[in-house]
Design a protein around this ligand. Structure first.
Ligand code: DAH
Length: 341
C-alpha cells in the first residue's frame, strides 16, 4: 500500500504541474480527490490493514492529500498569473503610436454672420423664432396683404404643392410675422432666420433655395424713428461704428410706408468703387411700418398698436461681408473654401 501511495503521489503531482488550464486542474482534482477519486479509493482499503499499519498509512494518506491540495493551489495561482501576464501583453496599448489624423470641418461663414446677427438682436431684447418652410399661401401671401393676382404669386416664381395653390414652399420669411402675431403675447420683438424657396435657375447670384432673416417689433407707440434707430445700430454693430446708413422709399405690400436701407460703401466711403459697383452705397435690407391691414387681419388693433419689420437675404449679406463673388460657393461646402474664413 505504501508503494501504491508513492506511485499515486508521483503521478498526481507531475500531472498537476503539467496542467495547462483551470479546467484540466479541476479534472485532476476530481480524478484524485473526488468521491470516486483514486486517493479516496485507496483510503477505502484502509479497513483491510492491521491495527499497527493503519495509523502509519493514515498519516501517509493525509500527507498525500495535503500535498495534492497544495500543488493544485500552486498550479492554480501560477496559471492565473500566466493568464494575467498574457492578457497584459496582448491587450497592451502603445500610447506612443501616432494617432490617425481627423480631418476637421470648418464653421460656415454664413452661419458665423447669422450667429453675430442673432447676438446683436438678442442683446436688444429680441427673441429668435423658427417656423415652417412648407407654408400655406394664406400666410405667405394673403395675410401679408398680397392678394390673388399679385405678380409675386405667379406659378412661374413659386413652388406650389397643390393645383389650388393653397400650399407652397415659403418664398420669404415674412409669414413668420403672421405666426408671431397669432401666437406671441404683445409686445413682440422677434427675429426669424430660415430657408426660403423660389423658382430660380442656379447662377452666381441665384439659387432656388436661400436664406432670409426676418425681424419684427410690435408695441404701443412704435414709429419709423424706432425702425431707423434700431437698424442703424445693427448696421454699426455689423460693419463698424463709423458706418453711415440711408433709408430710401420703396414698396412692399405688407408695409406702409416701406423703405430700403443702404450702408455707405465701407471700401470707398461713398466715392464709388468695384465693391459698391460705383454706387457709393450698398443695399442691405427691406423694411417698413407694418401695414394696418396686416395687423388687423391677425387680430391686432392698429389704432392701439403699431410695428415695424425688416427682411434681408443672408447669403448676400455674408457674400458682401467676406467679398465672396459667387453664391454657389456658399452651398458647395468645400472645406478648402470654408477654411478661408
Ligand atoms: N419679404 C421681403 C422679400 O422677400 C423682404 C422684406 C421687406 C421683409 C420688407 C420685411 C419688410 O419684413 O418689412 O423681398
Amino acid at each position: 500500500m505504501k508503494e501504491l501511495l508513492r506511485e499515486l503521489r508521483g503521478r498526481a503531482l507531475s500531472a498537476i504541474e503539467k496542467a495547462e488550464n483551470a479546467e484540466a486542474l479541476e479534472a485532476l482534482r476530481v480524478q484524485y480527490l473526488g468521491k470516486k477519486g483514486e486517493l479516496t479509493a485507496v483510503l477505502k482499503q484502509m479497513g483491510k490493514l492491521s491495527a499497527e499499519e493503519r495509523p502509519v498509512m493514515g498519516q501517509l494518506a493525509n500527507e498525500l492529500r495535503s500535498a495534492v491540495e497544495k500543488t493544485l493551489e500552486q498550479r492554480r495561482t501560477a496559471l492565473a498569473e500566466a493568464l494575467l501576464q498574457r492578457r497584459l501583453r496582448d491587450e497592451a496599448v502603445d500610447v506612443t503610436i501616432p494617432g490617425e489624423p481627423h480631418r476637421m470641418g470648418h464653421r460656415h461663414p454664413m452661419y458665423a454672420v447669422l450667429d453675430e446677427i442673432k447676438q446683436i438682436f438678442i442683446g436688444m431684447g429680441f427673441e429668435i423664432l423658427d417656423g415652417p418652410e412648407v407654408e400655406q399661401s394664406v400666410y405667405n401671401f394673403d395675410k401679408l396683404n398680397t392678394d390673388e393676382g399679385h405678380p409675386a404669386r405667379e406659378w412661374s416664381d413659386t413652388f406650389y404643392f397643390a393645383e389650388d395653390s393653397s400650399r407652397l414652399l415659403r418664398t420669404q420669411t415674412s409669414p413668420m410675422q403672421i405666426h408671431a402675431m397669432e401666437t406671441r403675447p404683445l409686445p413682440i420683438r422677434m427675429v426669424a432666420p430660415g430657408r426660403v424657396y423660389r423658382k430660380d435657375e442656379v447662377d452666381a447670384t441665384h439659387s432656388p433655395m436661400f436664406h432670409q432673416v426676418e425681424g419684427m417689433v410690435i408695441d404701443k407707440g412704435v414709429t419709423m424713428a424706432d425702425l431707423k434707430g434700431t437698424l442703424d445700430q445693427v448696421a454699426k454693430r455689423l460693419y463698424g461704428e463709423g458706418t453711415v446708413t440711408r433709408f430710401r422709399p420703396h414698396h412692399f405690400p405688407f408695409t406702409e410706408p416701406s423703405c430700403e436701407m443702404d450702408i455707405q460703401c465701407y471700401k470707398c466711403h461713398g466715392a464709388g468703387c468695384p465693391t459698391c459697383k460705383g454706387e457709393g452705397w450698398i443695399e442691405l435690407l427691406g423694411a417698413g411700418m407694418i401695414h394696418p391691414r396686416v395687423l388687423r387681419m391677425s387680430g391686432i388693433d392698429p389704432d392701439v398698436y403699431s410695428g415695424w419689420a425688416f427682411g434681408f437675404g443672408l447669403e448676400r449679406m455674408a457674400m458682401g461681408r467676406f467679398k465672396i463673388g459667387d453664391l454657389r460657393l456658399i452651398f458647395e461646402n468645400d472645406v478648402r473654401f470654408l477654411e478661408q474664413f
